[in-house]
Structures are given as structure tokens and as C-alpha cells.
Design a protein around this ligand. Structure first.
Ligand code: TXD
Length: 313
């Protein structure tokens, strides 16, 4: 049995960090692909030279030729521009749509059987475009946002209560960042519903900080956006697929009737295993949460509608 092959489309901050995590976890051989000459090769060589220290047996290669992703089991797409201070995720639509269309064609040709995990922002529009341009089934095109948003929410809840993050369970639905809906009814700390432990005002403040968490990091870094936690989130999804773990993770998935939504990508819990997105898990929602999901779906749809204009222009 050969090793898995992981293609990283975009070898910037997130791509490079994913390569490192994938190597440390020995998930498979890694190809870092990017348009910048020398950079993916340099990162691959640097990581390879850490192999004897961390004792991993996977190969890492950098490339500027898309055909080097041939036969990949999973493609993780981060190619595109990242936000700078003052930019919204939607400001990236035009430029990133062109980049995603281009890489989708490469994935379709060279890795036609892969699971594609999209990270590039604005996420809901970019993952929709990826599905459209590759023509892959909905099981094999998924977006990463919810794992990160939920992790941010869990981190803040754990800080608030001064408990281990491992004791906190939280679920965030909807779009990425500003559009997310924390499902309070599914948030527990040590099995106790979070609403019994934290006041409504503090929960509101934590929710607001979670919504703005990406922007908080952009404001501090000044030259780009978060990358350690987005990379960790993407690796968790890839690992569940490659090892057929069947973890239930909140991801941007294509809905066909679930949560009363149709033909749209929205952040919901899904089961990821060898079959890719094996099922959408419908958690019971309160009426207020159902309403919030409905409201969320409309800006996501608008952004996708704007895509066609951008691509034609
Ligand atoms: O939760 C989430 N989904 C996210 C997503 C969380 C944080 C950041 N998120 C988005 O991921 C962010 O807004 C960006 O759109 C992507 C990538 O973020 P990263 O921090 O890795 O950006 P970098 O370091 O600028 O890397 C992007 C790389 C860079 O090296 C470019 O040269 C490359 O993309 N790039 C390309 N690669 C291949 N092919 C093409 N056409 C191409 N164009 C640019």
C-alpha cells in the first residue's frame, strides 16, 4: 500500500503550515504548489531537513507546475490573496475568483478523484466556484471555516472559565466569521450547558469576539491573516478523510434540503470519512437559531450571485 498524497495548492502561510503539520503527523507525501518561483521548493527543502529531527518518513516537494499534483488523494486550496487591515473577506472576491477558477481546472485534470478542501476567502463563494468549475460531486468539495470558528469560540469559553479546552464542546453554524451562528444549545463545558455557567452578557461578548476573531488577528499581524489555526483546522479535516475517522466537524457543505436550504454552501456539521462528506448532520435548533441560519443563507447566496459578474468582467 502506497502513502497518501496531499497536494497543497498555495504554499503561503497556511499552505506551509499545513505541510509541516501533515509531515509531523505522517499523513502522507506532500506537494506544495505555488506560482511564486522557488518559494514552495524552499519550504519543502527546509521541512525535509527537519525530518531527521522529528523522525518523519514522508517526502515533501515544492513545485510551480500544476501537473505535479497528479494522483493526489486530497487537495487543500489556499491560493489567493489574504486580508490586510481594513479589508473585508468579500473585498477578495474578484481576484480570488480568477485564481480559484484557474486552480480548479488544474485539479480537475490532474487530481480528478481527490477530495478538495477550500480555504480561500470569501469562503462560501470560493467553495461554490470550486464545485462548479471542477464538476466534482458535493461529497468531494468542502470548505473549511466552521472548525476554525468553533475552535475560536471554544478557546474563548475555556479562557473565560479557566478550564481545559478539552472540556469545552461548541458548535458554530453558518458563514465564516461575521456571519456565524453559535449554537448555544449545543455548547457544553464538562457536559454542562454553557448558559448555566456564563451570563448572557458575557456570552454575547464572547460571541462577538469570535465573530471578529479573524479581524483581531489581521489587526495585530498587519501583513496578512491567521494561519496556524486555519492550517490545524484543514489538517483535522484531511486526517478524518485520509484515515476514514468519520469525525463530525462543522464545515461549509453543499446543502440539498438540509436545514431547509437548497443548492447553497453553508457551515453545518458533517461527517468526514473515506467517502469525503459522507453526511450532513442535522442538529436540533431552537426557533431563534433556525431564524439565524435562514438570515445567513441570503448574504451567502448574494455573494455567489456576484461571482458570475466578477468572472465575466
Ligand atoms: O477559515 C478560513 N477559511 C480562512 C481562510 C482563515 C484564514 C485565512 N483564509 C484565507 O486563506 C485567506 O483569506 C486567503 O484567501 C487564503 C490563504 O491565506 P494565507 O495566509 O496562506 O495567504 P498567503 O500567505 O498570501 O498565501 C497565498 C498563496 C501565496 O503564496 C500566493 O503566491 C499563492 O497563494 N497563489 C497561488 N498559488 C497557486 N496558483 C495561483 N494561481 C496562485 N495565486 C496566488
Amino acid at each position: 500500500m502506497g502513502r497518501n498524497k496531499i497536494a497543497l495548492i498555495g504554499a503561503g502561510n497556511i499552505g506551509g503550515t499545513i505541510a509541516h503539520l501533515a509531515a509531523l503527523k505522517q499523513l502522507g507525501d506532500v506537494v506544495l504548489y505555488d506560482v511564486v518561483e522557488g518559494m514552495p521548493q524552499g519550504k519543502a527543502l527546509d521541512l525535509t531537513e527537519s525530518g531527521p529531527i522529528d523522525a518523519f518518513d514522508v517526502s515533501l516537494a515544492g513545485s510551480n507546475t500544476i501537473s505535479d499534483i497528479a494522483g493526489a488523494d486530497v487537495c487543500i486550496v489556499t491560493s489567493g490573496l489574504a486580508r490586510k487591515p481594513g479589508m473585508s473577506r468579500d473585498d477578495l472576491l474578484g481576484i480570488n475568483a480568477k485564481i480559484i477558477s484557474e486552480v480548479a481546472a488544474g485539479i480537475k485534470t490532474h487530481a480528478p478523484d481527490s477530495l478538495v478542501i477550500v480555504l480561500t476567502n470569501p469562503l462560501d463563494a470560493m467553495v461554490t466556484l470550486m464545485k462548479r468549475e471542477t464538476g466534482f460531486p458535493k461529497e468531494r468539495v468542502v470548505g473549511m471555516a466552521g472548525v476554525l470558528d468553533s475552535a475560536r469560540y471554544c478557546s474563548f469559553l475555556a479562557m473565560e472559565l479557566d478550564v481545559s479546552v478539552k472540556s469545552v464542546q461548541a458548535l458554530v453554524l453558518g458563514g465564516h466569521g461575521d456571519d456565524m451562528v453559535p449554537v448555544w444549545s449545543s455548547c457544553t463545558v464538562g457536559g454542562v450547558p454553557v448558559e448555566r455557567l456564563i451570563s448572557a452578557e458575557r456570552l454575547d461578548a464572547i460571541e462577538e469576539r469570535t465573530r471578529k476573531a479573524g479581524g483581531e488577528i489581521v489587526g495585530l499581524l498587519k501583513t496578512g491573516s491567521a494561519y496556524y489555526s486555519p492550517a490545524a483546522a484543514a489538517v483535522r479535516m484531511a486526517e478524518s478523510y485520509l484515515l476514514d475517522k468519520k469525525e463530525i466537524l462543522p464545515c461549509a457543505a453543499y446543502l440539498e434540503g438540509e436545514y431547509d436550504q437548497r443548492d447553497i454552501y453553508l457551515g453545518v456539521p458533517v461527517q468526514i470519512g473515506a467517502g469525503g462528506v459522507e453526511k450532513v448532520v442535522e442538529v436540533p435548533l431552537t426557533d431563534a437559531e433556525k431564524e439565524a441560519v435562514k438570515i445567513l443563507a441570503s448574504p451567502a447566496a448574494e455573494l455567489v450571485g456576484a461571482l458570475d459578474k466578477v468572472l465575466a468582467g
